[in-house]
Design a protein around this ligand. Structure first.
Ligand code: GLN
Length: 254
């Protein structure tokens, strides 16, 4: 499809009814607001089970969900698995949290023993355990510095040998409470257990996703480092507020 700079950035929100807990919708709201404040046209397209997949996607977002929500979307996922794999492989930025993160792996075996096949975007698998991993969490990342959030999952995720974690846990449990890893980072896609929602507390991650979407769009347009790929304007007032919230969140007990 021919692209023009006037066309809005399309954020595809995956399964917003089934996969949304602990405020994960807020991630989409932050992306939209940070675009609007900079005058970047943006549109959200929700993808619901059995619906048509959006014709163009610049950014993918998926939230967390209970095991029951994951069971509800598992039959639909194979319909769009190919498109999702292709989008991530082609550099479309993505943020998938907890339940969707698990389904983007190869397999999730729930605590009740249900075996859910993932779509294999990420090289990892998850096994539900009797003990939930719950609480505030902080991780160190090479790209974004300290990232903070809140986790609540029974699934323990193990990364494949070559998979790169999103970060290293400094406080909390992360992927499995054992190996110190949290989430996964592949191409421009982030999988993570961090709710909160994540993006209001970590604006650098939000801007990475927006900048990656714009840069990819710019390449597709063939205008090199043109208008769309320019540095994102700083949002100092908003980010100063986020910084204060982060400072408080980091002092919170687990
Ligand atoms: N159902 C999954 C688990 O408990 C995911 C939970 C979530 O998305 N917070 O592991």
């Amino acid at each position: 499809m021919a692209l023009s700079t006037a066309e809005p950035l399309v954020i595809c929100h995956l399964y917003p009814l089934e996969m949304n807990i602990y405020g994960d919708h807020g991630n989409v709201q932050v992306l939209v607001r940070r675009c609007e404040l900079r005058g970047i046209p943006v549109r959200v397209e929700a993808y619901h089970p059995r619906a048509a997949f959006p014709a163009r996607v610049d950014l993918l977002v998926g939230g967390g969900g209970q095991d029951s929500g994951q069971v509800r979307v598992k039959d639909d996922l194979p319909r769009v698995a190919g498109q999702l794999r292709e989008l991530v492989a082609s550099g479309v930025p993505a943020l998938v949290v907890c339940g969707t993160y698990q389904l983007f792996g190869k397999r999730f075996i729930t605590v009740a023993g249900e075996d859910i096949e993932g779509i294999g975007v990420f090289d990892l698998h998850t096994v539900g355990g009797a003990e939930r991993m719950i609480g505030n969490i902080a991780i160190e990342t090479s790209k974004f510095g300290t990232v903070i959030g809140y986790e609540n999952h029974s699934g323990a995720t193990l990364l494949g040998v070559g998979a790169q974690p999103f970060g290293t846990v400094t406080s909390g449990m992360g992927n499995n409470g054992d190996d110190g890893t949290e989430g996964v980072f592949s191409h421009n896609a982030i999988g993570t257990y961090l709710h909160g929602p994540l993006l209001p507390k970590n604006p650098r991650v939000a801007d990475f996703l927006i900048a990656a979407a714009l840069a990819r769009r710019s390449n597709a347009l063939g205008d090199g480092p043109g208008e769309l790929a320019q540095e994102l304007a700083p949002l100092d007032e908003l980010d100063a507020l986020a910084e204060r919230a982060r400072a408080v969140a980091l002092t919170r007990p687990r």
